[in-house]
Write a protein that binds this ligand. Structure first.
Ligand code: IPD
Ligand code: CA
Ligand code: CA
Length: 263
């Protein structure tokens, strides 16, 4: 019964993501404003959130809603967690890797995720307990267990001085210990790339729940692991310090991250 409602909600989320994606592709121009250092927002972000919100709450009026741009409205049941454009900098610079990220949480547990990349026309989806999919085909994490061969997504944590310094201490270890690194610019897509085996792992610091909620469900359902960095006091949902990987590479990478100097 509950599972069925999750599947129905996923259908709504996919429709909202597709409609928002089509609107972004058709968006002729946009105005850019600064939220804070290195953090931009456009009228397309706001328009996308409004569109998604009206589709989700139109079909599920009792639900709560947390959106990056307009904040939270309480409901009587679970809540939607939405990033209307994850990768706004890519969107502004016409780099194709930006996504729409929609998750649904019930009783404090993330139960479904939908991440849509309109320029790739890739729709990643998962419902808890039912596996993960890209455009309807099952996806799975890589089986590579050799850290030295691993491709790792990361970022420079450019919006937080403290997190940025921690990442700069991690980079030499990652550079030595892994095969290579990538910085895409959409956390949601980074998590999906681990889920579908394009990456072995993804590490980033100081994200927010709307950046990662949908991707976390998708990655877990694809057989991956996502948690906070080793040694952190807070869970990943609170700190946004993401250590995501296939199961095969998880332990060696955890050992590497545990060696990142504290100062
Ligand atoms: C950003 C992207 C990016 C990450 C940033 C996020 P936004 O989200 O996920 O990959 O490095 O920290 O804030 O601002 O484009 O929604
Ligand atoms: Ca984001
Ligand atoms: Ca965003």
């Amino acid at each position: 019964m509950r599972g069925n409602l999750w599947n129905e909600r996923l259908e709504t989320a996919m429709r909202a993501a597709r409609e928002a994606g089509a609107a972004l592709l058709a968006h002729p121009s946009f105005t850019v404003t600064h939220k804070s250092a290195n953090d931009y927002v456009t009228d397309a972000d706001r328009g996308s959130e409004e569109r998604i919100r009206s589709i989700l709450l139109g079909e599920w009026p009792q639900d709560g809603f947390l959106g990056e741009e307009e904040g939270e409205s309480a409901g009587r049941g679970g809540r939607w967690i939405v990033d209307p454009i994850d990768g706004t900098t890519n969107f502004i610079f016409d780099l194709p890797l930006y996504t729409i990220s929609i998750a649904y949480e019930e009783a404090g547990e993330l139960v479904l995720g939908c991440v849509y990349c309109p320029r790739l026309d890739e729709m990643y989806t998962a419902v808890r307990g039912q596996g993960a999919f890209c455009n309807g085909k099952p996806i799975r994490v890589r089986e590579n267990a050799v850290l030295r061969d691993a491709l790792v997504g990361m970022s420079f944590a450019h919006r937080s001085e403290r997190a940025g310094e921690r990442m700069l201490r991690a980079i030499p270890l990652l550079r030595e210990g892994c095969s290579d690194m990538r910085r895409l610019g959409s956390a949601a897509l980074d998590l999906c790339f681990v889920a579908c085996g394009r990456y072995d792992a993804y590490v980033e610091l100081a994200l927010y729940i709307y950046d990662i909620a949908a991707g976390m469900v998708i990655l877990r359902e694809a057989g991956g692991v996502v948690e906070a960095w080793p040694g952190d006091a807070q869970p990943v949902e609170k700190s946004g310090n993401v250590f995501a990987s296939s199961r095969a590479i998880h332990e060696p990478l955890r050992e590497l991250l545990a060696c990142v100097p504290e100062k």
